[in-house]
Design a protein around this ligand. Structure first.
Ligand code: TRP
Ligand code: SF4
Length: 362
């Protein structure tokens, strides 16, 4: 069972084989202009994305849906979603962006007012600073709690969902609070919303998410079948990305500040955090020169792969220099820390203006 509210580490290969998630690398060659996250295996799995590729390549109408639960600070791992959304918008898609304030209230007891504040100051403003134009006419941002269409759809969906089904997906027990049953259905409604009449009727929808969200996706696809005759729903496609490793080696998590680089950190702090993170280096310099480092187990290298280096050639060079022992961790961390600092400098220049724009969105 994948638990969307747990924070344990994940064996991605197992997920691909066991849960019916397909390998993204098998379909990569069919995609026009894939982004680095796709080419580098960060996006590792999908459901039915192969059926979706011809549609984007031919520039057919589609909508991308992904949501954010406003429960804490936005960290650099969340940037992966933004990079993907930009790509889909460039491909001519529309974007529907729910803010899951009902989820943060139900699962984390965060009030609607607080959630709205977090959504604006942490998420929407950073999305804008990262280059996503949320004022575009093709973008629709909403708070779950304020959109009656999504709440009505949730109720409609509940008519064909039963308790045992939710229990087997999420492991609910007799003492589970009913809001925990309700919240996944709101998310299903978020994903199916673009297909209701008010939003133009049935259409192709893609959902790029972290793999912890797959239980919700599976439920969505099942429910879309059950409501096919009534609404004509087409089962949504999905992609799954890996989590960014935390600075100390586990998962990067907003609730554990030591593990994360936050987007509202200053450039200096962001750079310093890189320099103090866990590497794949050896015990001693001599050993590293002799045996080389392990970039595959290195948080610093992962930052380069996920966020900081566009050129595949340059990245390969670093990889090879690391495993051959010519590049040592001190130098590598200093270089990566500087890149991160520069990245944050650019981000912070935009922050004030982005915040003003974000305030007007909700
Ligand atoms: N549950 C998601 C999270 O924890 C947020 C979310 C709400 C979402 N609605 C969605 C994600 C619709 C994808 C699609 O971040
Ligand atoms: Fe990581 Fe760089 Fe050290 Fe290699 S040299 S282990 S990539 S920090």
């Amino acid at each position: 069972m994948i638990d969307p509210w747990a924070s344990s580490s994940v064996d991605y290969d197992k997920l691909v084989n066991k849960f019916g998630i397909k390998k993204f690398s098998d379909i990569l060659d069919d995609i026009d202009n894939p982004i680095s996250l796709m080419k580098r295996g960060v996006i590792f799995g999908h459901r039915d994305f192969d059926k979706f590729i011809p549609l984007i390549n031919e520039k057919k109408d589609f909508t991308v849906v992904t949501g954010m639960m406003p429960s804490g600070k936005m960290h650099i791992g969340h940037k992966m979603v933004v990079d993907q959304l930009k790509w889909y918008l460039d491909k001519g898609g529309k974007l529907s962006l729910p803010i899951a304030d009902m989820e943060s209230y139900g699962a984390r007891d965060i009030s609607f007012d607080e959630a709205k504040k977090i959504a604006i100051t942490e998420y929407l403003s950073n999305y804008i600073s990262l280059g996503l134009d949320l004022t575009d006419k093709n973008v629709f941002v909403y708070l779950q709690s304020e959109l009656s269409l999504v709440k009505d759809l949730t109720f409609e969906l509940s008519k064909k969902t039963n308790f045992n089904e939710l229990k087997s997906i999420y492991g609910f027990t007799g003492s589970t609070n009913i809001s925990h049953l309700y919240v996944p259905l709101v998310q299903v409604a978020d994903i199916l919303l673009p297909q209701i009449e008010e939003f133009g009727g049935p259409k192709h929808v893609v959902v790029p998410v972290g793999v912890d969200q797959d239980p919700h996706i599976k439920l969505t696809r099942d429910l879309s079948d059950r409501f096919k005759s009534k609404f004509g729903f087409i089962p949504p496609f999905s992609t799954y990305h890996r989590f960014l490793t935390g600075l100390t080696g586990g998962k990067m998590s907003s609730s554990e500040p030591k593990t994360a680089i936050f987007l509202n950190d200053t450039p200096e702090i962001a750079g310093k955090k890189v320099k103090s993170s866990k590497t794949g280096g050896r015990e001693s310099l001599e050993e590293q020169k002799k045996l080389g480092g392990c970039p595959d187990q290195c948080v610093v290298y992962e930052m380069l792969v996920y966020h900081l280096i566009d050129s595949d050639e340059k990245l390969n060079e670093i990889y090879n220099d690391c495993i051959s022992g010519t590049l040592l961790c001190g130098e590598c961390k200093a270089m990566t820390g500087d890149l991160m600092k520069k990245f944050f400098e650019k981000l912070s220049e935009k922050q004030e203006k982005s915040l003003e724009i974000a305030k007007n969105l909700l």
